[in-house]
Design a protein around this ligand. Structure first.
Ligand code: CAA
Length: 387
């Protein structure tokens, strides 16, 4: 077992840290308050290679591995989880699936634009009546008589980055009778006729990451923009989420790291009963438990990233690794952020300190890309074979 990072991994970690500390952290509270989308920072992150970390250089990416991606996600999310969300959608949910299942033309057209940060990508699986039970979607795609295009009618909700996305990976059924086996993936250009955006969600946390509904009405999607084969869409959606969940685990580690760091600083400075609160055993116990859970979450997340790297040659599924990392890291982040608020007392409840933002931001990691309940279901099914 080797815990040493490679030179490339250290380089992306330090580039992400510099950018996060100098360009993201100073504006994080302001973007959280306004809910404004940090477009300028997103473009700069693209220039630094942070929007397509695992994308080969011929498609405009940084050509690094999943460990490099996880390290960079931790740094960015420690400064601001909303920036981490935007980064994770471009990297994991958009580029990943096209690299794995797309044609050469699709990679050139869609991956290059998103990996460079010139455009923003999104992933459209969820519908108003179909969230955790993703295979029950109502969206439909019908192949035209001449076989040149699909006519898609779809309504998708909770689309992260939806308000700013140029391209979407969207899932619709081409054969409703076949259930999960009838779902197909498509690459959608939002500037084409038939596409529209609906209401934007007013969210508890990750407020600078924009989320909306999208609708496709008789949208004509050229057959060349089908991703993978007809009926392969659900497996594409799930395998993309296997990788995406590692990114969310990394985001949770970043939030937890920030909450722990803020708590340690506060425990050293704040005085009560005539001494620094960090000298009290009850505070030390909190810090010890926070740090232990933080490092356990980091290790499980890096282990999942390592498993994904191995899987690129073995073709093995990483479902269990991704789900365990996301489940543990997201619950650790929520718990650590909760402790951080408590440790800060009244100041933990104030917007003058960042810990209340970490607390709000941590919550989403237990919900999106599969709730903790879904992760437990996936883990139990993968590990025991029981259904
Ligand atoms: N990789 C490849 N194939 C997979 C797979 C995986 N990880 N998981 C399932 N499959 C395959 C199965 O092998 C099966 O194939 P066969 O028909 O050939 O046997 C098929 O897919 C159907 O699988 P299941 O019977 O297990 O499907 P299910 O309907 O019981 O659902 C589920 C499984 C785990 C509950 C799944 O629906 C799920 O993960 N739900 C959560 C959805 C989710 O995470 N949504 C998040 C939305 S995106 C988001 O949040 C983004 C954002 O905002 C940033």
């Amino acid at each position: 077992m080797d815990f040493q990072l490679t030179e490339e991994q250290q380089m992306i970690q330090s580039a992400a840290r510099d950018f996060a500390v100098n360009e993201i952290a100073p504006v994080a509270a302001q973007f959280d308050a306004s809910g404004e989308f940090p477009l300028e920072n997103v473009r700069k992150m693209g220039e630094l290679g942070l929007m397509g970390i695992e994308v080969p250089d011929q498609y405009g990416g940084a050509a690094l591995d999943t460990i490099g991606y996880v390290l960079a996600m931790i740094e960015v999310s420690a400064a601001d989880a909303a920036h981490g969300t935007i980064m994770s959608v471009n990297n994991s949910l958009f580029c990943n699936g096209i690299l794995k299942y797309g044609t050469e033309e699709q990679k050139q057209k869609f991956v290059r634009a998103i990996a460079s940060g010139e455009e923003i990508g999104a992933y459209a699986l969820t519908e108003p009546q179909s969230g955790s039970d993703a295979s029950t979607m109502k969206s439909r795609a019908v192949l035209s008589d001449d076989g040149s295009h699909y006519v898609i009618n779809a309504r998708k909700s909770w689309i992260t980055s939806g308000p700013y996305a140029r391209y979407l990976v969207l899932f619709a059924s081409t054969n409703p009778e076949a259930g999960a086996r009838g779902i197909t993936a498509f690459l959608i250009d939002t500037e084409q006729e038939g596409f529209s955006r609906g209401k934007t969600e007013p969210k508890l946390g990750i407020r600078a990451s924009a989320t909306c509904e999208v609708e496709l009405q008789d949208y004509r999607c050229p057959v060349e923009q089908r991703l993978g084969e007809e009926g392969q869409g659900f497996k594409i959606a799930m395998s993309v989420l296997d990788a995406g969940r590692i990114g969310i685990a990394a985001q949770a580690v970043g939030i937890a790291q920030a909450a722990y760091d803020a708590s340690l600083t506060y425990a050293r400075e704040r005085k009560a009963f005539g001494q620094e609160i960090g000298t009290f055993q009850m505070i030390q116990q909190k810090l010890a438990d926070m740090k232990t859970r933080l490092e356990a979450a980091r290790l499980l997340t890096l282990r999942a990233a390592w498993a994904k790297k191995q899987a690129e040659t073995t073709g093995a599924r990483i479902t269990l690794d991704g789900s365990m990392a996301k489940l543990f890291a997201s619950e650790a982040a929520m718990w650590i952020a909760h402790q951080a608020v408590q440790l800060h007392g009244g100041m933990g409840y104030s917007k003058e300190m960042p810990v209340e933002r970490y607390f709000r931001d941590a919550k989403i990691t237990e919900i999106y890309e599969g709730t903790s309940e879904i992760q437990r279901m996936v883990i139990a099914r993968s590990e025991t074979g029981l259904r």
